[in-house]
Design a protein around this ligand. Structure first.
Ligand code: AHM
Ligand code: MG
Length: 349
């Protein structure tokens, strides 16, 4: 009989990788896993909202129904509050960071930044959504942790992960020693190790971008899209286009199959759309740990300065060679590169 390793067992086993670890990070990851299961239960019931009461209406107990992203936010914050290892939570759902001042958390050393339910507009149509989290150790030695403890570069992350609520629910995380994925077995209510030591293929054949915004993209991105569409037997082009509109789902697919996900700057969003602290940095950490690459088109995501909690960034993330190629196009054509065409480009008259 095959022996199953649960997330809890795996985290404990891996604690030995950190000689000075006292189990705090392990407990923090465990708390996140618990909240993920609760959120998963509600996400699975989303289609029943019409019968059970929609967001904004009142349910049979007379309680107001919550939107799922608000619900997810509350669940993660509550799990982290009660777990006692986290001193600050920063969330896409809250303008400001939330200091945790409960008795159990008075010696807490970790900061968690998260997007509790990314791609939540996809819920109404039964498409995969996700949770993204990023964990830092506080910088300040004593007193209350402050915003300076939160605004650390991506390279300072001690762990990061995501949960994908898809056709099955998975939790994927890294502590800087590779990436492992766990699938929720609903029959026993446990995340079980299903994707050990995940590795992203260096070359991929899928590009993932909201092409509807094409006219607003920088020239380097337009050229890269054209590059993906040109026929070339040697490199397997034209590539396949796939865009779910849930970053977690798009990046997860590419992590398994190989591919690139791009959310560039656009004319309407001059700094990009996605958030550096709790979307780009954690995904970049995971993808790099799986052997991939992540940049804003010019610089490595993890090296970017972090000035504000909700700061945005462009992102090019995925298979190493695909991201490098896209960066090459950015360097040659954007902002005002001197090149007019790339090798092999088909110019329509
Ligand atoms: P959200 O945090 O408001 O859910 O937005 C983030 C999502 C990403 O998951 C996804 O990749 C992107 O927004 C899609 O944006 P667009 O609809 O502009 O393509
Ligand atoms: Mg989001």
């Amino acid at each position: 009989m095959k022996v199953v390793t649960t997330l809890g067992q795996f985290i404990l086993e891996k604690q030995a990788d950190f000689p000075y670890a006292k189990g705090e990070l392990s407990r923090l990851l465990r708390d996140i896993g618990i909240a993920a299961k609760i959120v998963n239960r509600e996400v699975n019931k989303a289609g029943l909202a019409d019968i059970l009461g929609e967001a904004g209406t009142t349910n049979v107990q007379g309680e107001g129904q919550k939107k799922l992203d608000v619900y997810a936010n509350e669940q993660f914050i509550s799990a982290l509050k009660h777990g006692g290892e986290c001193c600050i939570v920063a969330s896409e759902e809250n303008d400001d960071y939330i200091p945790i001042e409960s008795e159990v958390s008075k010696d807490a050393r970790y900061i968690v930044a998260m997007d509790p339910l990314d791609g939540s507009s996809n819920i109404d149509v039964n498409v995969a959504v996700g949770t993204i989290f990023s964990i830092y150790r506080r910088k300040s030695a004593e007193g209350k942790a402050t915003i300076t403890d939160v605004l650390q570069r991506g390279t300072e992350q001690v762990a990061a992960g995501y949960v994908i609520y898809g056709s099955s629910t998975m939790l994927v995380y890294t502590t800087g020693k590779g990436v492992n994925g766990f699938t929720l077995d609903p029959s026993i209510g446990e995340f079980c190790l299903s994707h050990a030591d995940m590795k992203l293929p260096e070359d991929g054949f899928i590009y993932s971008i909201n092409e509807g915004n094409y006219v607003h993209f920088p020239d380097g991105v337009k050229k890269y899209i054209k590059y993906c569409q040109v026929e070339d037997k040697k490199t397997g082009r034209p590539y396949t286009s796939r865009y779910i509109g849930s970053m977690v789902a798009d990046v997860h697919r590419n992590l398994i199959k190989g591919g690139i996900f791009i959310y560039p700057v656009t004319a309407g969003a001059p700094n990009g759309k996605l958030r550096l602290v709790y979307e780009c940095n954690p995904m970049a950490f995971i993808v790099e740990q799986a052997g991939g690459r992540a940049s804003n088109g010019y610089e490595r995501i993890l090296d970017l300065d972090v000035d504000a909690l909700h700061q945005r960034s462009a992102i090019f993330i995925g298979s190493k060679n695909m991201v490098k190629k896209a960066e090459e196009m950015m360097a040659s054509f954007s902002p005002q590169g001197t090149k007019k065409t790339f090798e092999g480009e088909v110019v329509l008259q």
